[in-house]
Write a new protein. Structure first.
Length: 300
């Protein structure tokens, strides 16, 4: 009986394939560790030292941007020679209120809500597409990791708890990463017995492509806050200087706000309204689009 001939390149490709698979899993697990273990710890440390200053700065920045927007839209009308009636001023302010409402809600989530409130607000923002994807990925992972299938203390039990947490938090990105970590959809060794050289090349190209994506993703994460300041957080001198920088930036924002308040008074003859936190209806969105088209972007 003649045994089937194995293509001479297959052993090398198989070795590269399994090496890439191991590296892929390691990269995604590292991304998961940084995202779900290291980042919360660093954020908590940063919040401890600078939370009050950051909150003040973010709210001042939003206030300044919103006020600048009111002045900008009103100035465009004045430049066009229009008379600013109370009705027109009120319409402009309504547009800005609606435009900035979502940013105000996000800031309150970040700084004024407890964990449960933030998670509930985040869940309400999950759109239909993400929700469908989340359920699909969750079902796929459950089939592979359920304790009834693998045993309560099996190697996959830790991933099982990660999946449950990600699903409860509606975390599509984390579930997607867990799918990659676990290699769901990849073939086991027995299933690769019939692969020919072309199939091996195709599979190798795919796993190496995924590895490059995950390594770039990991690199981007490491270059972001708070990871880039991890060592500085333990440095008293750095903390002192950073706090001083935040206070100086807040002072600049206060100056900008005062200047734009004065500009608003000069244009309208009145004070800036308090503003409202609103959710746009379909009618509101149509109004906004028409307003912006006819009085702002259409005139630029």
């Amino acid at each position: 009986m003649t045994l089937p001939q194995i293509h001479p390149e297959i052993e090398e490709i198989r070795s590269r394939y399994h090496t890439a698979r191991r590296e892929l899993r390691a990269a995604v697990e590292e991304w998961h560790r940084l995202s779900n273990e290291v980042r919360p710890r660093l954020n908590a440390t940063y919040q401890h030292y600078f939370g009050d200053l950051e909150r003040e700065l973010q709210f001042k920045a939003l206030e300044g941007a919103e006020l600048f927007r009111r002045v900008e839209l009103l100035s465009i009308k004045v430049a066009r020679g229009e008379r600013l009636t109370p009705e027109i001023i009120d319409l402009v302010n309504q547009v800005v209120d609606k435009e900035y409402a979502k940013f105000k809600r996000r800031l309150r989530e970040a700084f004024d809500m407890d964990t449960e409130q933030s998670e509930r607000a985040a869940q309400q923002r999950v759109d239909l597409h993400d929700d469908e994807e989340l359920v699909k990925m969750y079902r796929t992972l459950v089939k592979k990791l359920h304790p009834d299938a693998v045993g309560e203390n099996a190697p996959g039990s830790e991933e099982w708890h990660r999946v449950q947490n990600a699903y409860r938090q509606r975390n599509v990105s984390q579930l997607r990463s867990l799918l990659t970590v676990l290699g769901v959809g990849d073939e086991d060794d027995h299933a690769t017995d019939d692969w020919d050289i072309e199939r091996w090349k195709t599979e190798l190209d795919e796993v190496e492509r995924r590895l490059q994506i995950e390594e770039r993703k990991l690199g981007r994460l490491r270059r972001q806050d708070p990871f880039v300041i991890e060592s500085e957080l333990d440095d008293q001198m750095w903390r002192t200087n950073h706090a001083a920088d935040l206070r100086a930036t807040i002072a600049e924002k206060n100056k900008e706000i005062a200047e734009n308040r004065e500009h608003y008074r000069e244009i309208t003859g009145g004070e800036v309204p308090q503003g409202t936190d609103v959710v746009k209806s379909a009618e509101d969105q149509t109004f906004d689009e028409d307003f912006m088209k006819n009085t702002y972007f259409g005139q630029r």
